[in-house]
Design a protein around this ligand. Structure first.
Ligand code: SF4
Ligand code: SF4
Length: 262
């Protein structure tokens, strides 16, 4: 999910899908391209993707990040990108690809669900609101686009059970957008505040451990009802983490916590 420059909309690859615009697509094992799209990818993982995948695999977020993730800092953002590490075989296949398809299908990442549609976020100067936009962008080798089933961006998202994923990714994109200007100052992009921001957004098990086993709850007041939720539920914890990062890095007020009085 990227912020899209409104001046460059026409130059972006793919076909923009407005509300009722349709595209043809059907992916199935009978196509000769089956599984070709699950290799050699720059597959971005968002925080909710990690929550779902580590749960599916029955491992901690630490283990998931160690084993399956490459972390890359790009010039366009002051927060690193998290990419799924492809296997070290000739074809650089996705680590979750099997001969019969995706082994984590019910918990596959947002990008895989939404494919061959890609999403972006655009700032509408007239309404002063952020707007989600969609592009139909299958690679040339993808034969599914010649099939007859028709979709809109909305019906496709429903069919792929992507609505919740898209919502979570949008939340993340809004926070990530704050990192387009440098929040780190002299500390640089590898200092303790960046490490905190990464943990609170991508590493839920480590973040929970930090919250409940450090002096955090002496320094900050968090309502007991919220504490109960974040102790038990990774998605609640992730939402809390997003708010904490906004508060911690930029001082943006939140209903989730406040400084404890001395
Ligand atoms: S390339 Fe397209 S049609 Fe072929 S398996 Fe991948 S998504 Fe399906
Ligand atoms: S997670 Fe599944 S759908 Fe996504 S690239 Fe890997 S095998 Fe393909």
């Amino acid at each position: 999910m990227k912020y899209v420059d409104t001046n460059n909309l026409d130059k972006l690859p793919g076909r923009r899908l407005e509300n009722n615009d349709t595209f043809s697509f059907h992916c199935h094992q009978g196509l000769s391209c089956f599984n070709l799209c699950c290799r050699n990818l720059n597959l971005f993982l968002y925080p909710y993707d990690v929550v779902r995948l580590k749960k599916r695999l029955g491992i901690t977020s630490d283990q998931f990040i160690d084993k399956y993730v490459d972390i890359v800092l790009r010039r366009s953002s002051f927060f690193p990108e998290v990419l799924l590490r492809m296997s070290e075989n000739k074809k650089k296949t996705c680590p979750f690809l099997t001969e019969s398809g995706c082994s984590v299908y019910p918990d596959r990442p947002d990008t895989c669900r939404t494919f061959p549609v890609e999403q972006g976020m655009m700032y509408d100067a007239e309404t002063k609101k952020k707007v989600l936009i969609h592009f139909f962008r299958p690679p040339d080798f993808c034969l599914g686009r010649h099939e007859s089933k028709k979709w809109t961006a909305c019906t496709w998202s429903n069919d792929q059970h992507a609505v919740l994923y898209n919502k979570m990714t949008l939340q993340w994109a809004e926070l990530k957008g704050l990192f387009y200007t440098d929040p780190w100052g002299n500390e640089g992009p590898n200092g303790p505040r960046k490490k905190m921001a990464f943990m609170a957004t991508y590493n839920m098990d480590q973040f929970r451990n930090f919250l409940f086993n450090s002096s955090f709850l002496k320094r900050y007041k968090v309502k007991s009802v919220i504490l109960k939720k974040i102790k038990a539920d990774d998605v609640e914890l992730m939402n809390f983490g997003f708010e904490w990062v906004k508060f911690y890095i930029w001082g943006i007020k939140t209903k989730y916590l406040r400084l404890a009085q001395k």
